[in-house]
Design a protein around this ligand. Sequence first.
Ligand code: LLP
Length: 436
Amino acid sequence: HGTSRINEQGHLEIGGCDTVKLAEQFGTPLYMVDEAHIRNRMRQFVTAFQKTGLAFQVAYASKAFSTLAMNRIVEEEGLLLDVVSDGELYTALQAGFPPDRIYFHGNNKTLSELEMALEVGVGLFVVDNFTELSLLDRLATTRGSKARILLRTTPGVEAHTHDYIQTGQEDSKFGFDYLSGQVFQAAQLALSSSGLELLGFHCHIGSQIFETEGFSLAIGKMADLCKECQNSLGFQTKVLNVGGGFGIRYNDRDQPLPVAKYVEAIERGVRIGFHGMDIPEIWVEPGRSIVGEAGTTLYTVGTMKEVPGVRKYISVDGGMNDNPRPALYQANYEAMLANRGAEPVAETVSVAGKLCESGDMLIWDVSLPQVKNGDLLAVSCTGAYNYSMANNYNRVRRPAVVFLREGVADLIVRRESLADLLQNDQLPERLKRKEV
Ligand code: LLP
């Protein structure tokens, strides 16, 4: 992917950096991120939208990967930022991200999160339900301000990665129900609320989507909603956010479309759906498709075990704590030996993590050269929902993250230390060990 290649020593090189040297310098496991790849993906979205002639905004869904350095790149590339917690908001603010270019998502934003967001001047809230609608109205009115909002709805189009089910009622925890008229009712309420300024609507039909059909279906329904609001409420939709979910290629079986194709399909859907009406500003909020393919995790191979006639396990120095996706979603990953990238395939092995669970398997079958203790295993496409979902199960420390660009490796998250693990532990006086 991107700027990676096998160099003259047969080593995997990413962003001009030899990954064998990175292992020596930073240790393993190591999340390696190709910065140029991220910027390219962002520019692909922006360029594709520019070609449509539509008014648009591209936002980055920071749940996929949120750090100070990542937020700087999002700002430099001119994208909006989608946050879903005070933690993601805090990270963005600490990175100097302009609050008016941030918007807040989530089905249960807490009182303190809403207050914090109002206080710092977050640009917009994607309101999810009636409880939040009235709470936000009250908080903004008390402050003498108006909160700009979109209403999230579930248009009854659900992507199950390869196909779509259209359900009348989408049984989801997110958003105002579409079919029963809840979202229309919410719009009516918002328009009469002194603390709210309704800008438009939001929907998100799923993640890791390979086709355009679901977006077209959803946009059609959203256009109907906008039409209804215009005719019955005199409300002109200014913003229509159609969510994220654009697929990436984790392995050869995945056939995502180029970014431009998704954008063209969105444009088609919009031009058909809003025929004869004013077209609102169109927003998208991709996460995975911005950072997923840019990330590679580097591990050191430790022990090996052969179950005769069944399989060979190779264990690496990380696992479900740095990449919970195989265990959670049966996600499939590909890997190569970073220190022997040019050698031919010799065996099929299963890659196990080091955590104390049988389910801690990173890859069930991968073909590699004859694997030896000390080899470096590079697992690709780990940029999205890996670091952001990493945890300390088994008190395993989270890896460092490096950004790689033009031969320079910048440490952007340092490796956790053993002391970090005890940072929040408290020992009550009565449990302290008595000196004898
Ligand atoms: N917008 C909304 C409202 C979302 O809920 C999501 C993802 C996105 C945008 C970004 O979707 P993306 O472009 O990244 O597909 N942890 C799971 C993915 C959870 C996605 C949650 N929502 C995984 O590792 O596959």
